[in-house]
Design a protein around this ligand. Structure first.
Ligand SMILES: [Zn+2]
Length: 210
């Protein structure tokens, strides 16, 4: 982590300097000077911001919520930025990675936030897919169905137990077929009619079967 904190102080330039001479000609201003000035201001802001791992922003859903107040004209969507590890810092248009604390101010039409993240922090542990505690949106979505499944298993077990109870009066002459197997297969023994039921379909009871 110490190496990452140090890296956070390094300069980050998102501008494509190769395009600047052409832009200067088109706009009639010295773009190189303009960009340098902007980057200088951004660097000053960057140095003021907190560095290091931000545990509070491990959740992608929480990162996404920070973009509610994000007003910058951006080529990147909040969804793309949150998925790439970024949250909105609230300072100018600065977005920051919760893991390596990289701060970006600009967005690119040609590149996605994930690409710029990789370009400036190829060693970010979140990007490398290491377990840094990121809670992806997908993890939140599957949480409920998982609980539901567990409940279903429990209900299924209770049902089977109840079915097995119905075999209390299982005739001695039907011993060739074990009640446990029948109940596990979904059958209920109705002693009165000497029938067993499966999913509403009545089947012939043991007396006639044997
Ligand atoms: Zn990062």
């Amino acid at each position: 982590m110490a190496a990452q904190e140090k890296a956070a102080d390094q300069r980050v330039s998102q501008f494509d300097y190769a395009l600047l001479p052409e832009l200067s000609g088109l706009l009639g201003i010295d773009m190189l000077q303009y960009v340098k000035k902007i980057e200088e201001e951004q660097q000053k802001e960057r140095e003021k911001m907190q560095k290091g791992f931000n545990s509070q922003m491990r959740s992608e859903a929480r990162r996404l919520k920070t973009f509610v107040t994000y007003e910058a004209y951006s080529a990147w969507t909040p969804q793309e930025m949150a998925a790439a590890g970024f949250y909105f810092t609230g300072i100018k248009s600065g977005v920051q990675c919760f893991c390596c604390s990289l701060i970006l101010f600009g967005t690119s039409l040609q590149r996605l936030p994930m690409e710029d993240h990789k370009k400036f922090r190829p060693d970010c542990e979140f990007l490398l897919g290491k377990d840094v505690g990121n809670i992806a949106k997908y993890d939140i979505r599957v949480k409920n169905p998982e609980n539901k499944l567990r409940r279903n298993d429990k209900a299924r077990y209770q049902e089977e137990k109840a079915r097995l109870k119905s075999y209390k009066k299982w005739p001695f002459y039907a011993q060739g077929t074990a009640p446990r197997e029948l109940s596990a297969a979904g059958f209920v023994f109705t002693a009165e009619a000497e029938e067993i039921h499966l999913d509403g379909v009545t089947q012939v009871g043991p007396k006639k079967k044997i």
